[in-house]
Design a protein around this ligand. Sequence first.
Ligand SMILES: [Zn+2]
Length: 283
Amino acid sequence: MIKFGPSGFCEDFLAAGHKKSEELGDWLDEHNLDAFEVSFTNGINYGDEKCKLLGDMFREHNITVSVHAPYYINFANPDPTMIEKSIGYIINSLKKMKLLGAKCLVFHPGSLMKQTREEAHARVMQNLKLLLERLNQENFDFEYYICPETMGKHGQCGTVAEIAEMCSLDTRIIPTLDFGHINSFGLGNLKTEADYEEVFQILKSFIGDRYKKVHIHFTHIEYGPKGEVKHVKMEDNPQNFGPEFEPLAKVLKKLEITGEVISESPGHQTREAVYMKNTYNGK
Ligand SMILES: [Zn+2]
């Protein structure tokens, strides 16, 4: 089963006169959506009380919650003090996630800086092992997944194969498949059902049947020679950068994939999540 929802507040939520995150439960119900992603991308800026309040609301409305960790995380950084900071962002996000009732923590694994792709990836793998040791020490008493995301720019770590290898480190690591990013990195490589299936085949080759549980971001993204340029609304994509959701919807059904599909549209997150849910359900 796949759940669908928006990331953060969208234009439509605000245009309808809503201002507070406490109103999200009713908003998602109205749109028949069942997932939501809390964005800590610019910092972990919710206090514990707020997280508890939102956690109760999400539970009451049966919403599957995920969290996007800060953008500052970079497990490819050669500086050990910066790795400590990245580990801190993950641990502090997880503490809030327990209160929010969230299970999946999305994070960007790192950027190449001045290293080759291979060097940067090796460093990310090494530092994720360190992170896992620290998570063992923290001994969190709730079920969670840390979900490294496939990235769209050529200067970032996170090809499908790199993410799949990260997932092979531990059962607590599952992928965030951002198909807009994958398509931008590959300069428009996702077109047919076979193209989407290949992504899952790569995952399967690293983690076996665990590939069936994933977290997904789906947004149309403009790209250039170096990959991702910017997220665009589906209806505002005249150059047709894609990718298209229809073939993915078929593949998700065929392979019996479970998880959440989150829209990161710049403004139309709710209506695009509704569109994708309807497409998936054949409406
Ligand atoms: Zn992201």
